[in-house]
Design a protein around this ligand. Sequence first.
Ligand code: KG4
Ligand code: ZN
Length: 388
Amino acid sequence: MPATILGIETSCDETAASVVAETGEAEKPWAIRSSVVASQAPIHREWGGVVPELASRQHIRDICGVVERALEQGGVGLADLDAIAVTQGPGLVGSLLVGLSFAKSLAAACDLPLVPVHHLAGHIESLFLQHGPLPLPAIVLVVSGGHTNLYLVPEPGVYRPLSRTRDDAAGEAYDKVAKLLGLGYPGGPIIDKLAKQGDDHAIDFPVARITHADRNAPFDPGLLDFSFSGVKTAVLRYVKARTAGEASYTPGRRGTPWKEAEQPAAGTLSDREMADVCASFQRVVVEALLDRTFAAAVHHRVRSVGIAGGVSANSRLRADAQKRGEELGLPVFVPTISLSTDNAAMIAAAGLRRFTAGVRGDLDVNADPALALLPTTPSPSPSPDPGR
Ligand code: KG4
Ligand code: ZN
């Protein structure tokens, strides 16, 4: 019997629930029956970022209604479920606890198995949920507000970490740059939109290049690490210099004075310049993400590339990734926008992967804000030896 699972996600500022069912079809093994997301963005916008205490309180208000709607829209009752999957970590501990406590209570009340899920396994599985099995091995970039990680996926359910960010995540850099430009929260979609009207070469923001002293040295996996705090600081210095009416900006222009037409006006940036800052910032971030993703893809001779997580909603990242993939003859997969940003369908999918592999969580499982992603989903428990 194909399994049906309820997924619950509350790791940050989205309360989400979803019903996903197995289809029995090899090309598309999972189908989304419903996916409900209650976003708290309007609440946190006022503060320029997520306020953990407000987030957990809002999850408590929303969780019952969101789960009820997911079941209703999925056309299933609690009796039709085979398991409940829930994000165990990483994330904000207060927020995680709301979803996890709710899932544990429901599992106990309905006598259903509980399947704890790693949030990033959810982002990776969003690719398989949408596209079916990817050609493997694959390189998957998970790029969100909290993470920027590269994984090698040699087979379904196996996630081998290759690199991570040494400081800010890419989404965090987007959010911080939007905040310092006074653009609002979350910053990614706003910068993405404004960047379309700007000149992406107007300002030469630097991006951290992690290079090897010896250019002929063998491939060093450390070179795949990311770093985004430098470009964020460069934007800050640029904006400060411009709005203070200083005569030059150092990082990109190497101390050269502004051209006459560019004489800085003290105060705020013009709309035109704001768009140029967004476009120039976005260009270097996207280049940094794709340089390393495709370097890893070539080195590991993979058969496909996947990009998941909130920042994978970025229009330039998507377009440039497709272009690079075409140049290398590598298929590139990204989820639809609703599966890119946090949602519970991806948690249900990762939950189904673990459930069919025999994973069950105890009811005393705890939220873990720094949960590590284990490279391998345990394989199905061996069937009892008929000879004994
Ligand atoms: O995966 P996600 O919803 O939550 C986390 O797990 O962090 O990712 C949220 C992040 C935020 O930093 C947001 O600014 C960014 O994804 N984001 C984008 C875009 N849409 C969302 N970044 C760049 N361009 C976008 N279009
Ligand atoms: Zn996420």
